[in-house]
Design a protein around this ligand. Structure first.
Ligand code: UD1
Length: 387
């Protein structure tokens, strides 16, 4: 038996862990014994708990309950508590996903204990070292033993950085596995009654927005022009905005909430306006954005999910670590050019946008490919293989 600890901590981790865990439990019960650790980086029900129910994730075997803090505090708290779990459980492998603080913290602990480290969604690079996630990606990949990549660029980056080719597996994207699975569930179970009612009141063309990157929201000088542009855009098309707690706090602090509507004011018609929701569960949000005319975002995952469903996506960032979404997919970088944002929103409304396709291996079966590699008899690598 191979004992694997899977680690999830922040909202974008849960949808990546869910399909991997499902496949390991269903298809390899005699070969792999998975354990789930939730670091507690995200803890609000709408940022964490609801995802466990909706995404069919079993209760975690351990919840480290680290909560919020500075990067150092959060990373250190995860490391101290996760080390105890590893010492007690003695896993053969630790599997981390994505690029959040939980990813690097758990990775460092595993490697220092000589445990084989597996990174799902490895090799992505934005080239922007001011982004905390870029540091997490570089540092995690520097100590990873088995790499799973979502796009060929990820593989190329790792090989360029000198990783051995036999350790790098291009498997497609587990987040797209989860997306397809959840679309099926949604078509059977439907969204919450409140969301169903809300969407029924929207016109055919509406936009969805998410915004939470520190580089967009933490300083007034960055956030204010974005909010101004969004106010203008929302006079043409309603913009539905489930708001991350970090962003909500900054909007309030900078006094930028005027004119934004909350669901409780929704007795008014929904033909236009910026409509602010608290963070939504996965299914309710999917139910909204899957039929949106366009998505505006600074999230990494949503650039990919919109690509998978070919929905025009305007990304409020200067760069992306997911270039396949620009080349093959429906994503476009806007950077800080708010006039470009206004222009592109109008073009999409007029039915003009680049043709887009779905990237290679984004077919809903990445988790199976990962499980196959992990379950192979020769998979447990000697530690410090290329230290
Ligand atoms: C983290 C990830 C980011 C990811 C995002 C998705 C890192 C470095 N960043 O950013 O890559 O895109 O998650 O959501 O790991 N908060 C709450 N409730 C919660 C969690 C957070 O209110 O359940 C608030 C707290 O004020 C906290 C702040 O949000 O201080 C930031 O949370 P944190 O986990 O540090 O980073 P995110 O911005 O969520």
């Amino acid at each position: 038996m191979i004992k694997i600890i899977l680690v999830a901590g922040a909202r974008p981790n849960f949808m990546k862990i869910a399909p991997v865990l499902r496949v390991l439990r269903q298809d390899y019960p005699d070969r792999i014994a998975p354990l789930l650790v939730h670091t507690g980086q995200h803890y609000d029900r709408n940022m964490s708990g609801s995802f466990f129910d909706e995404l069919d994730i079993p209760r975690p075997d351990y919840n480290l309950e680290v909560g919020s803090g500075s990067h150092a505090q959060q990373t250190a708290a995860i490391m101290v508590r996760f080390e105890e779990v590893c010492i007690q459980e003695k896993p053969d492998m630790v599997l981390v996903v994505g690029d959040v603080n939980s990813t690097i913290a758990a990775g460092l602990v595993a490697k220092k204990l000589g445990i084989c480290l597996v990174h799902v969604e490895a090799g992505l690079r934005s080239g922007d070292r001011t982004m905390p996630e870029e540091i997490n990606r570089l540092a995690t990949d520097a100590i990873t033993d088995i790499f799973f990549t979502t796009e060929k660029h990820g593989t190329d980056n790792l090989l360029r950085e000198g990783k051995p080719s036999e350790a790098v597996h291009f498997v497609g994207h587990v987040m797209i596995d989860n997306l397809f699975y959840q679309l099926e569930i949604l078509s059977k179970n439907g969204p919450s009654p409140e969301m169903k009612r809300f969407k029924a009141g929207l016109p055919r063309q509406y936009a969805c927005l998410t915004l939470h990157r520190p580089s967009n929201v933490d300083r007034r000088k960055d956030l204010e022009p974005i909010v101004q542009a969004l106010q203008d855009i929302s006079q043409k098309i309603p913009v539905v905005f489930p708001c991350h707690p970090r962003t909500r706090a900054r909007l309030e602090e900078f006094g930028l909430m005027s004119g934004m509507r909350e669901p409780k004011d929704l007795s008014m018609p929904l033909e236009k306006g910026l409509i602010l929701f608290p963070p939504l569960g996965y299914d309710d949000f999917l139910y909204l954005w899957k039929d949106a005319a366009q998505v505006l975002t600074d999230s990494g995952g949503l650039q990919e999910e919109t690509t998978a469903l070919r929905i025009p996506c305007l990304t409020l960032r200067e760069n992306t670590e997911r270039p396949v979404t620009l080349e093959a997919g429906s994503n476009m970088l806007i950077g800080r050019d708010m006039d470009l944002l206004r222009k592109k929103v109008e073009s999409i409304l007029a039915g003009e946008f680049k043709p887009s396709g779905v990237p290679e291996l984004w077919d809903g079966h990445a988790s199976q490919r990962i499980a196959q590699v992990l379950s192979a008899p020769e998979v447990v690598l000697p530690t410090s293989r290329y230290a």
